[in-house]
Design a protein around this ligand. Structure first.
Ligand code: C5P
Length: 233
């Protein structure tokens, strides 16, 4: 059995506006519906736990999709709190060895080929695996501002060996739970699951994923998602 945990309890502060970004629409559906459809239509995924904000009135109330169970729980103050809450809401009978795929509700353009590659890699690596993409741009470190208010370049950083972490990220339940609980106890805000797992001395695999598996964070991302999803459909 492989379940997916979908943190969807964010308020979308960085996007602005009153609709949390997981409920913004692209190609006729909310982003979260695209994300859940992509996950649950995959034969390797057996069910989903979705972490929602307290009092979320926009959740459509799905209890199943593609004939697979959809469970909800209350999320937490940070993304990692929402992921841990979802993990703890898995059905009774879920084993420590269960593979879990954590995927952002605001990443609507997930392809089946990436899910399959991730599951295959995670099954071969006890430390788990994540989808990721090599950094392509030249990286500049910003220094002090100039009189226009634009920061000046302090240095060019090497991009050798740097990857951007995407989702889904796949870990065994026991490892993910220990990693998230330890990060919380240490007061660390993990911005992805791998970061919490790495702190236990583990080395999850990087699985090269599609660059168009974008997380919607800005209005420009939403326009791009609309374009990609219209072609994907
Ligand atoms: O804000 P960010 O882009 O990191 O959010 C990524 C995902 O985590 C989104 O799907 C968002 O709804 C979710 N999230 C959450 N609980 C929070 C903050 C974010 O479930 N407290």
């Amino acid at each position: 059995m492989t379940w997916t945990l979908v943190p969807a309890a964010g308020s979308g502060r960085r996007f602005g506006g009153e609709v949390p970004k997981q409920y913004l629409r692209a190609a006729g559906k909310p982003l979260i519906e695209h994300a859940l459809e992509a996950l649950l239509s995959h034969p390797g995924v057996d069910g989903a736990v979705v972490a929602l904000a307290e009092g979320d009135a926009r959740w459509p109330g799905w209890t199943s999709l593609h004939g697979k169970p959809v469970i909800t729980c209350s999320g937490g103050g940070e993304r990692a709190d929402s992921v841990l809450a979802a993990l703890l809401a898995l059905p009774a009978g879920t084993t420590d060895n269960e593979l879990l795929l954590v995927h952002d509700a605001a990443r609507p353009n997930l392809h089946a080929t990436d899910i399959a590659a991730l599951i295959a890699a995670a099954n071969g690596c006890a430390d788990g695996a994540i989808l990721a993409a090599p950094v392509r741009d030249t990286l500049k470190r910003a220094g002090a501002g100039n009189p226009d208010g634009n920061p000046c370049i302090a240095a060019t950083e090497s991009r050798d060996g740097l990857w951007r972490a995407l989702t889904p990220q796949a870990f065994r339940r026991d490892l993910l739970r220990r990693a998230l609980e330890r990060a919380r106890a240490d007061g660390l805000v993990a911005t992805d699951e791998a970061m919490a797992v790495e702190r236990l001395g583990r080395h999850p695999a990087l699985v090269e994923g599609r660059e168009d598996n974008l997380k919607v964070t800005t209005p420009a991302d939403l326009a791009l998602a609309e374009f990609l999803l219209a072609r994907h459909a």
